[in-house]
Write a protein that binds this ligand. Structure first.
Ligand SMILES: NC(=O)c1ccc[n+]([C@@H]2O[C@H](COP(=O)([O-])OP(=O)(O)OC[C@H]3O[C@@H](n4cnc5c(N)ncnc54)[C@H](O)[C@@H]3O)[C@@H](O)[C@H]2O)c1
Length: 426
């Protein structure tokens, strides 16, 4: 395929002729990402990635396109592949590969083998930095493509589940290069996980089903950053929210936030919509399906499609039927029906457009600045998982506030002195 500059960019996308539609979508997102736009201007002057390759395994959406363009303008040869088979926006993939010299290996709805083939193809550029949302490229490099390890100076990781996987690798001494946990930056998890997942998960459920949430009993598994966000929004829409948890602190917090907390076997009998956001596996399983009411809607917004035991659901069903493209109705042998959304994959991406650009602005500003930090400092870092340096996190918060026209107070000299001393107190 040929980019705007005439350079051939190897890619695999559904249909290059969708590029025009993709451009519209990306332009719309760019308008809502002022922090990344500012960093893009700065990085394009400095060119910290000049002549180097970056492989990014992220949801191929309009917001990710903006990040890819920023990295490209900063001098990198960027290759993008999807971090989820159902999250790719085919028009965005077409635009980047046809018009913007970004290599893209992503097709919406690709099967499991195609998904991993795409990651492998995206690694053919021999990256010096990897970017992940779920640690799939890191895993592939550490297993199938160890030959690439020598060229990689570091990586970044976007999500909670990926960070958990990477910390497990580091604890076992298996991680072969430093990775920055973008997820663990305040300007990421406090906003993306809470407000982004909060809004977009509800958006996905509504787009998939068009149900009224007011008056319904919604069961949310996991009261972490994502679960809190979804619970807050569901309550705002008039739903009765039940939380299930395994952590007593989180359960207590949910209780004091005004939610009803109970174990899943009890919640299963009461809910009409179930949403998992735990990063754990088999959170909704056979015995829970058997206890659910007729017509219960079940979906997941945690990273992998392992939170709902779909094999158990399949084994309980005598038949199934697909409605509205993303709803699979399972007709159970006990006579009840269960509706699974988006094959148990991230419902906000399978049935909607993922997080709004306004919030991805900060997440991807963290990605861009963490990659720049790696380009400068990776050689002095150890083979472990790092948090985003606090100067980067603070700068992003300040830039976002500025873009929103919000100002805050500054410490007076007296306050600085007071906070730094231990003699005061009376
Ligand atoms: N949908 C999205 O776009 C999106 C965005 C960000 C993160 N994520 C993913 O969402 C998941 C949650 O992320 P987070 O940042 O909220 O993590 P978190 O660690 O803040 O919260 C997870 C919560 O789930 C609870 N939990 C674990 N096992 C459970 C079980 N069996 N039953 C009930 N609760 C259980 C934990 O105690 C914890 O409170 C991760 O997989 C993350 O990668 C998705």
């Amino acid at each position: 395929m040929s980019g705007a500059s005439g350079v051939m960019v190897p890619s695999k996308v559904r249909n290059p002729s969708l590029a025009g539609k993709g451009r519209e979508r990306v332009d719309w997102a760019i308008e809502r990402m002022p922090v990344l736009a500012e960093l893009r201007r700065r990085l394009s002057k400095k060119k910290p990635f000049r002549g180097r390759s970056i492989t990014a395994c992220l949801h191929v959406t309009s917001e990710t396109a903006h990040l890819a363009l920023a990295l490209r303008d900063a001098g990198a040869r960027v290759t993008l592949c999807a971090s989820n088979p159902l999250s790719t926006q085919d028009d965005v993939a077409a635009y980047l590969s046809r018009d913007e010299n970004v290599g893209v290996y992503a097709i919406h709805g690709i099967d499991g083998k195609g998904y991993y083939d795409h990651i492998e193809s995206a690694l053919a550029v021999k990256p010096f930095i990897t970017m992940d949302d779920g640690a799939d490229t890191v895993t592939m490099i550490h297993t199938k493509r160890r030959d690439l390890l020598r060229g990689v100076i570091g990586g970044t990781e976007e999500t909670t589940t990926g960070v958990i996987r990477l910390r497990a690798m580091a604890a076992q001494g298996k991680l072969a290069y430093p990775v920055i946990a973008v997820n663990d930056s305040k300007t990421k998890y406090m906003f993306d996980n809470r407000y982004g997942t909060g809004q977009s998960t509800i958006d996905g459920i509504i787009r998939a089903t068009n149900i009224l949430l007011a008056g319904r009993v919604i069961v949310i598994a996991g009261y972490g950053w994502c679960g809190r966000g979804v619970a807050m929004r569901a309550k705002g829409l008039g739903a009765h929210v039940i939380i299930t948890e395994i952590d007593p602190h989180k359960a207590l917090e949910a209780t004091m936030d005004g939610f009803v907390v109970m174990p899943m076997p009890e919640a299963a009998k009461q809910g009409s919509v179930f949403i998992t956001l735990t990063g754990n596996c088999s959170v909704i399983r056979r015995e829970h399906f058997l206890a659910m009411k007729d017509g219960a809607i079940v979906c997941n917004s945690g990273h992998f499609n392992v939170e709902i035991d779909i094999d158990a659901l399949e084994s309980l069903a005598r038949s199934k039927r697909v409605f509205r493209e993303v709803v699979t109705q399972y007709n159970l042998r006990n006579g009840r029906r269960i509706m699974l959304l988006g094959e148990g994959r991230l419902v906000n991406l399978a049935a909607a457009e993922g997080h709004p650009a306004d919030v991805m602005d900060m997440s991807f500003a963290n990605q861009a600045l963490s990659a720049e930090y790696l380009a400068k400092k990776a050689r002095s870092l150890k083979k472990r998982v790092y948090v985003v340096p606090s100067f980067i996190d603070k700068e992003i918060a300040a830039l976002k506030m500025k873009s929103m026209g919000t100002k805050i107070d500054r410490l007076t000299p007296k306050q600085v002195k007071y906070l730094a001393s231990w003699e005061f107190g009376t």
